[in-house]
Design a binder for this molecule. Structure first.
Ligand code: NAI
Length: 246
């Protein structure tokens, strides 16, 4: 029970890595708030957690919408009295090569992957500062560090997440708030399953481990960084990519 009595918010908790993180955190004793713009997916994850005798609440929230985020934070504090962990996991792609990328594709990805992280991080940090403790974890990507063909918007957003992580670590450390990022490699979720099988095979071949990550591999990294075992770790980016860039 590494997260016993902790209240954890996971954005994008209705699918993929977010869902795995919600289930894993609940197993470790956290009260999990499953946040997703797809409310029915969030509720399905809540049902799974409750079926396993865990504690969870679902929130139908779009992280780009400031009012919805503020209301959500207010509701969570009213219900649980505190927020110990925020996993800023909600993220999207809208791929195109540089010359073909539309302004709409750029804005859409930047809005969710950067503004969404800012909205939730800023709102939750205020609560954590009052408490004098907390852990903020952001989802970057191997693509943020190394770039990727067809992902100008996504790579920029995921590199930006690293900048926010390091800035928040510097600003919030004095309030006993730790801030870190996880940079997953290619992970078998709906986001990646829409990529051509040829590309996925190429990535598998390139990886020393000869496989893609499972969502639980990333969830376990979030769990470690959220737990007290990571008490002296802040401002870092933990790559969980199977060595694909070696
Ligand atoms: P996914 O597509 O399976 O799940 C993303 C979830 O976020 C969905 O449930 C979606 O409804 C939700 N979401 C999207 N926009 C939202 C918004 N505006 N407000 C609230 N919820 C919203 O994606 P996956 O693969 O699980 O990715 C999770 C995170 O991990 C993302 O930030 C992604 O960029 C990052 N990541 C994923 C990798 C992969 O290979 N799957 C690799 C590296 C990073």
């Amino acid at each position: 029970m590494r997260l016993k009595n902790k209240v954890a918010i996971v954005t994008g908790g209705g699918s993929g890595i977010g869902e795995a993180t919600c289930l894993r955190f609940a197993q470790e004793g956290a009260s999990v708030v499953v946040v997703d713009k797809n409310g029915s997916d969030a509720n399905t994850v809540v049902s799974k957690i409750k079926a396993a005798a865990g504690e969870a609440t679902g929130k139908d929230v779009d992280v780009t919408n400031r009012e919805q985020v503020d209301q959500m934070i207010h509701d969570i504090v009213s219900k649980y009295g505190r927020i110990d962990i925020l996993i800023n996991n909600a993220g999207i792609t809208a791929d195109a090569k540089l010359e073909k990328m539309t302004e709409e594709q750029w804005n859409k990805v930047i809005n969710v992957n950067l503004k969404g992280v800012f909205n939730c991080g800023q709102g939750v940090a205020k609560i954590m500062k009052q408490q004098g403790s907390g852990v903020l974890l952001n989802s970057s990507s191997v693509v943020g560090i190394y770039g990727n063909f067809g992902q100008t918007n996504y790579a920029a957003s995921k590199w930006g997440v690293i900048g926010m992580t390091k800035t928040w670590a510097k600003e919030l450390g004095r309030y006993n708030i730790r801030v870190n990022a996880v940079a997953p490699g290619f992970t078998l979720t709906p986001m990646v399953q829409k990529m051509p099988e040829k590309v996925l095979t190429m990535i598998r071949e390139k990886s020393p481990l000869k496989k893609l990550a499972q969502p639980i591999d990333i969830a376990n990294a979030f769990l470690f960084l959220a737990s007290d075992e990571a008490n002296f770790i802040t401002g870092t980016v933990l790559s969980v990519d199977g060595g694909v860039v070696l």
